[in-house]
Design a protein around this ligand. Structure first.
Ligand SMILES: *Cc1c(COP(=O)(O)O)cnc(C)c1O
Length: 243
C-alpha cells in the first residue's frame, strides 16, 4: 500500500530530483534555464501540492478535469501555474480554457477552435502544445506527423491561443537508446516547425522512467509524477480516471 506523501518525504524527494535533473542537464550540455520541472499531481491531494509548493515548485500538471478543478480552487491563493495534460473531451474545453495556463494535449482543429473561442480574453492567450502520436498506436491521442503542419497552421491563426511546442507520450521501453528515439524525432519536428513559427520554444517530453532520454534530446518541460510524489495509489488513479 502506498501512503500519502508526507511533507518530509517531499522535501527530500524534491531536492534529490532537482539534483538529478541538474546533474543530467550538465552531462548533456543543457542550459539550466531551458529545463523545467512540471509536477504531475494527478491523484495527489491539495495537501501534497501545498507541501510541494512550499519547497519551491510552481508548475503543476493534471490529467482529469473534475479532480483538477477542486485542487485549483483549493490552492488558488498560492498562484500556481496549472497545465492540462489529459485527453480533451469536447464538452470540457470551456473549463480547460478558463482554468489552465497551458494545455499539452491539443490534437485536432475542432478542439483548438473551441479553446480559442472559449478562452477568457482577460487571461491572455492559452499556451498550447500539440500532442504528436509518433508510433501510430490507434488507441491513443495525438496528431500524426503528416497532419502536424496543418494543425500548427490552424492553431497559429487563433489569437486566443499561443502555440508553444510539441508533446508526446511514447510507448514505454527500458533502455536509454530506444527511449531517446521518439524524443529525438519530436525535437526534429519542432525544429522544422520553428522555421515558420519561431515562438515554438517548448518540448514537453519525459516522465519519471525516461527522464534522462528526454533531457538528452532537448526536453524543456519534464512531466514528473512518481519521481516526485512516490508511487500512485492504483485505486485512486482508477477512480480519478473515471471523472
Ligand atoms: C501521469 C503522467 C505523467 C507522469 O508520469 P510518472 O511516471 O508518474 O512520472 C506524465 N505525463 C502524462 C501525460 C501523464 O499522464
Amino acid at each position: 500500500m502506498s501512503h500519502p506523501t508526507t511533507a518530509t518525504d517531499l522535501v527530500e524527494r524534491y531536492a534529490a530530483l532537482r539534483e538529478q535533473i541538474d546533474t543530467l542537464g550538465e552531462h548533456y550540455g543543457r542550459d539550466r534555464c531551458d529545463l523545467e520541472l512540471l509536477a504531475v499531481s494527478k491523484t495527489r491531494t491539495s495537501a501534497e501540492i501545498r507541501a510541494c509548493a512550499a519547497v519551491g515548485q510552481r508548475q503543476f500538471a493534471e490529467n482529469y478535469l473534475q479532480e483538477a478543478l477542486v485542487k485549483i480552487e483549493e490552492c488558488a491563493e498560492l498562484l500556481l501555474t496549472w497545465h492540462f495534460i489529459g485527453r480533451i473531451q469536447r464538452n470540457k474545453t470551456r473549463e480547460i480554457a478558463g482554468n489552465f495556463s497551458w494545455v499539452h494535449t491539443v490534437d485536432r482543429p475542432q478542439i483548438a477552435q473551441r479553446l480559442h473561442d472559449q478562452r477568457p480574453r482577460s487571461l491572455g492567450p492559452l499556451n498550447v502544445c500539440i500532442q504528436v502520436n509518433l508510433d501510430g498506436a490507434e488507441n491513443k491521442g495525438g496528431v500524426s506527423e503528416q497532419q502536424l503542419p496543418e494543425l500548427a497552421r490552424v492553431i497559429s491563426g487563433f489569437d486566443g491561443l499561443r502555440l508553444r511546442g510539441l508533446m508526446t507520450i511514447p510507448e514505454p521501453v527500458d533502455d536509454l537508446t530506444h527511449q531517446r528515439q521518439p524524443y529525438r524525432r519530436l525535437a526534429q519536428l519542432r525544429d522544422q516547425l520553428a522555421r515558420e513559427w519561431p515562438g515554438l520554444d517548448t518540448l514537453s517530453m519525459g516522465m519519471s522512467a525516461d527522464m534522462e532520454a528526454a533531457i538528452a534530446e532537448g526536453a524543456t518541460l519534464l512531466r514528473i509524477g512518481t519521481g516526485l510524489f512516490g508511487p500512485r495509489n492504483q485505486a485512486t488513479a482508477t477512480t480519478a480516471s473515471a471523472s
